[in-house]
Design a protein around this ligand. Structure first.
Ligand code: IPE
Ligand code: IPE
Ligand code: MG
Length: 255
């Protein structure tokens, strides 16, 4: 059995960008001001990943449940999303970023949908950083759509029920073609998953900070990566099994 090799830098980072509303409320400003400030932190986070050789970044931008917020806040968030798509995609493309969206797309207005599709098509060949934006995304919805896809394959005779195993499910979940997130970061001080990647986070290292998303800086991300580098990921095995083999010894998997 080949064990995942310990790495000090995560290949895939998944982030819940939380705390925009409180950032604004502390300044006695409307919540939308916090969302605007949050957009700047997104750029900082992308820059950081590019500088540190992180291969994939998944950002939780808007959850299935966030549709239930007051209409004016949802409207303001949609406007910001559209502005960001209009403003940032060319620059991301220039920097070699591939952009992708996960979530229930048909809930977006046609104008936003078209921009999302264009951004994906425009950047599909890029390799520097794989940027995934989870928008109108819910982990439970993701599991439900995978179950539906499995049922459709069975009904069409493409799959037998006894062929449904973890790999068959995983192949139908969002992000199936990426390594699972190594490190999860949530800003804003709450210690929960809030219906983010439920399946994909099974063995992800979790890291939480009180820092509100608009206050994100490189020092906070450094702390998260330092913490990650010091962790032992055991994937259910023992410490002895996952300890790195000293370079002068043959690989125990070759024995
Ligand atoms: C995260 O910030 C952004 C979205 C959920 C869209 P919040 O808006 O949840 O900010 P807080 O948690 O209320 O401070
Ligand atoms: C999670 O934050 C969703 C995003 C950051 C997009 P929420 O603010 O919606 O989560 P809860 O309500 O605190 O769990
Ligand atoms: Mg929140």
């Amino acid at each position: 059995m080949t064990l995942p090799q310990p790495r000090s830098v995560p290949r895939h980072l998944a982030v819940i960008m939380d705390g925009n509303g409180r950032w604004a409320e502390r300044r006695r400003r409307p919540r939308v001001i916090g969302h605007r400030a949050g957009a700047r932190a997104v750029n900082l986070c992308i820059d950081y990943c590019l500088q540190h050789g992180i291969e994939a970044l998944t950002l939780f931008a808007f959850s299935s449940e966030n549709w239930g917020r007051p209409e004016d806040e949802v409207g303001a968030l949609m406007k910001l999303f559209l502005n960001a798509l209009e403003r940032e995609v060319d620059e991301l493309h220039r920097r070699g970023v591939r952009l992708r969206f996960i979530g229930e797309r048909d809930r977006f207005q046609p104008e936003i949908l078209a921009r999302m599709r264009d951004a994906e098509r425009h950047t599909v060949g890029n390799r520097t950083l794989h940027l995934v934006v989870a928008a109108s995304y819910g982990g439970r919805q993701d599991v439900a759509q995978a179950a539906r896809a499995l049922a459709e394959d069975v009904a069409a005779g493409r799959l037998r029920p006894d062929e449904i195993d973890e790999a068959a499910v995983a192949a139908r979940m969002a992000l199936a073609d990426l390594p699972p997130p190594d490190l999860f970061i949530r800003t804003g001080g709450d210690h929960r998953i809030s219906n983010f990647l439920l399946w994909q986070l099974a063995y992800t290292e979790l890291w939480f900070t009180e820092t509100l998303w608009p206050d994100l800086d490189a020092a906070t991300l450094d702390r998260a990566l330092d913490d990650f580098a010091g962790r032992e990921r055991r994937f259910g095995l023992t410490s002895a099994q996952v300890a790195p083999v000293p370079s002068h010894l043959p690989d125990r998997n070759d024995a």
